[in-house]
Design a protein around this ligand. Sequence first.
Ligand code: MF3
Ligand code: CO
Ligand code: CO
Length: 303
Amino acid sequence: MKNMRPGRNDPCPCGSGLKYKNCCMGKDIPIRPKVTQDIIETYLKKYNIRLKNEKDIEGIRRAGRLTVDTLDLVERHIKPGVKTDDINTLVHEFTIKNGAIPAPLNYRGYPKSVCVSVNDVICHGIPGESILKDGDIVNIDVTPILNGYYADANKTFFVGTPSEGAKKIVSVARESLKAGLSMSKPGNRLGDIGWAIQRYAEARGCSVVREFVGHGVGLDFHEAPQVPHYGVQGRGIVLIPGMVFTIEPMINLGKKELHILPDRWTAVTNDGSLSAQFEQTILITENGYECLTPYDLDEPILK
Ligand code: MF3
Ligand code: CO
Ligand code: CO
């Protein structure tokens, strides 16, 4: 990351169109480094991070729109009495119909096309014969591969009428993702994202799962870097334009500890408390971030 400071006669990095010397030079304005070929190579060699180009981004954006359409479709079908395997069928067929492939299917031996995680299941719930009942919360995690590009997002829904605990954990999980997104801009670091999430969730008496993290995504399902949902402000890799990764905090109403069921996938809270999650795929831009799986995080919890 050398040569970050522009020359006197270079265009000003603030984007004014003036020469640097006639604009921000000498003023105490932070320099936003342009992503040079040098920086692209450094991120690849040092961190194994593949920065995305315009073509990649458009591909991931399209996959992201399908992801959101899939979540919308599922939302319309969630109600008491629905079998979790029916959600799998819905997601699988919709994905194929749209010319995409469900990334979870056969991923490291995962047997289904979507993750369906109910109540104390933190993530990676396998759809099957179990039936959604009134008062449950259910997370649906969708990742299509469209023309080779991956986009990964999830949402937690209420089934019927939620309990007070259900309302609380879904709200805290959703706001935790928003806290992470608010830190997502160039110059900030990965630690800032985790720190903001942890601070928000723990201040409300909830806990942050440590074993599963956000991740680079786009050309593959799980790429570098890892994006922890806890951490220390000012630590970690510097965010730069072209990074594409998920933020997907898993937040428990009780304690953070978990165990994996004998199916070797399903992660559940040790204390049996409810767990909720929201996930988005984002692109770091010059000014902040763009959501590549753009669903609304402000919508009212109950419709
Ligand atoms: N979609 C999950 C994530 O957010 C990964 C699921 S892996 C699977 O990273 F095999 F369970 F699908
Ligand atoms: Co993910
Ligand atoms: Co996911």
